[in-house]
Design a binder for this molecule. Structure first.
Ligand code: URP
Ligand code: ZN
Ligand code: ZN
Length: 500
């Protein structure tokens, strides 16, 4: 029996939540935040461990609800370069304490529960951070739809993602409607990948007929109007099913952003996410010579500088509720399962339509955005931790610093100016991917400590990753509790085709 009053104290920090910035000492008992005390008052407390934040910011652990790990080939020919082990190791080194990753249901598989079980098997005892799953619905047949109830009421899975593109996953509009209707009935939140797959396939054929194969033509095959059209269609389909809440993922285009804003202003439950690739990369990264541009092939593709500015504004004004990584990693220099699978004798600079879509970014998300200085710190916490936790049914255990309620998930940053600028290189990251699209960027701050449920799992200056891959836990999620989303749905009544 030990006689410590607290398990951990973080003293002399500046605590930032989505609504406040104030100096407090944070006391942790067991896995929870016990209380916030006046700054310095716990400096000599009877605690098992005291961290002196030395005036650095203390934020809730990052919550990243758009993560792909150990998925089969769905987005081109390659397979994920990160396992649950390596991806979540990378997450904690970048200040992320909870992820929601995808459990993919391939088209040939009728059951969602089977897909979930297989994903559990991959993640179990292999995760450094806490985790949940969204179902990735590839085949919304009778069986899959009948399993929604079990997912939400028994399995702790309250969200899913559907696709309007990719041969392996694309749903027709009637299938989307069936998913939205069932999701509404069971209070499941639906994420939508909005790009018009048929149009992009047609454009791809046009490009190929002109022998335009290089990575940069990925952009030409997916011009902004494809995203704007699909976004508009997704919003229309949601409104048809009595305004079923949806979230447009990885938004890159100003036209799509305007349409989302318009729907929100009209009171529709339309939510949106963007990602660092649309804030820090542009089309010119895809246009690098040779095959280099493949490092930035993701969908939608990074746009131009003017679009970046619109996306930043959308983060600041609340059009985007969440800023996720969309970590979807493939090795670059890998002809077996990575980006280079599409290089052959016939296509010496590759074939863009076969380049696996996706980029790594789970570790760099928080440092890049924090260091950019482009968001108020409260907004930074809101979009990278609090809102994702609320949207995906993890709040208030995750995403906040509420005494007695929130898990003691914390990031302690270096005091401003204390960390000499860091030049980002792939060698300093903890994923298993052979590149970062942000190589050479200057970063002003980095998580100094990451704490998960009261345990220090990352100490940048003393040992780096300190925990084991079995420490992360599956978190059963409840329904979304963002902006009373489901109460509003309740008030609107159920979908009635005869009332249309
Ligand atoms: O290019 C991307 N975004 N790859 C990941 C798959 C997806 O659609 O999120
Ligand atoms: Zn997507
Ligand atoms: Zn994704």
């Amino acid at each position: 029996m030990d006689s410590f009053e607290y398990d951990l104290v973080v003293t002399n920090g500046i605590c930032v939540t989505a609504t406040d910035i104030a100096t407090y000492d944070v006391a942790v008992k067991g896995e929870k935040i016990a209380f916030l005390a006046p700054s310095g008052s716990l400096a000599t407390a009877n605690a098992r461990r005291i961290i002196n934040a030395e005036g650095g910011y203390v934020t809730p652990g990052g919550v990243d609800c758009h993560v792909h790990l150990e998925e089969p080939a769905l987005f081109g020919r390659g397979t994920s370069s990160d396992t649950y082990e390596t991806g979540t190791r990378s997450a904690i080194a970048g200040g992320c304490t909870t992820i929601v990753a995808f459990a993919p249901q391939p088209k040939h598989q009728p059951s969602l529960l089977k897909a979930l079980e297989e994903t559990h098997a991959r993640a179990r005892s292999n995760s450094y951070c806490d985790y949940g799953f969204h179902l990735l619905v590839g085949n919304p047949g009778e069986q899959a739809l009948s399993e929604f109830e079990t997912l939400v009421n028994h399995e702790g899975v309250s969200s899913l993602k559907i696709y309007m593109t990719y041969a392996a996953l694309q749903l027709r509009d009637d299938q989307i409607l069936s998913v939205l209707l069932k999701a509404r009935q069971h209070r499941i939140f639906t994420m939508v990948h909005a790009e018009n797959g048929d149009v992009l396939n047609w454009l791809t054929d046009q490009l190929e007929s002109k022998k335009l194969f290089a990575p940069k033509y990925h952009s030409h095959s997916r011009p902004p109007v494809l995203e704007a059209e699909a976004t508009n269609r997704a919003i229309a389909l949601s409104s048809l099913i009595s305004n079923t809440p949806i979230l447009l993922v990885h938004v890159s285009d100003p036209g799509a952003t305007r349409r989302i804003r318009e729907a929100q202003s009209a009171g529709q439950p339309i939510f949106a996410e963007t990602c660092p690739q649309y804030l820090f990369l542009t089309r010119s990264d895809l246009e690098k010579p040779g095959f280099e541009g493949a490092k930035c092939v993701c969908s939608p593709p990074p746009r131009d500088k003017a679009s970046q500015d619109v996306i930043w504004t959308g983060v600041r004004n609340g059009t985007f509720s969440v800023l996720s990584s969309d970590h979807c990693p493939f090795n670059y220099d890998d002809a077996q399962s990575g980006k280079m699978t599409c290089i052959n004798h016939e296509h010496p600079v590759g074939r863009f339509k076969e380049i696996p879509n996706g980029i790594p970014g789970i570790e760099t998300r928080l440092p890049l955005v924090f260091s950019s200085g482009k968001l108020a710190l409260t907004k930074f916490v809101e979009v990278t931790s609090t809102n994702p936790a609320k949207l995906y049914g993890l709040y208030p255990a995750k995403g906040s610093l509420i005494p007695g309620v929130s898990d003691a998930d914390l990031v302690v940053w270096y005091p401003d100016g204390n960390l000499p600028n860091v030049t980002l290189t792939n060698s300093m990251l903890h994923h298993a991917t052979d590149y970062t699209p942000y190589e050479g960027r200057t970063i002003a701050n980095w998580p100094r400590y990451t704490i998960l449920r009261g345990r220090i799992i990352w100490d940048r200056d003393n040992g780096g990753v300190l925990s084991e891959k079995s420490f992360g836990r599956f978190v059963k999620r409840g329904p979304s509790n963002f902006e009373n989303m489901w109460e509003v749905v309740e008030e609107q009544g159920e979908f009635d085709v005869a009332a249309l």
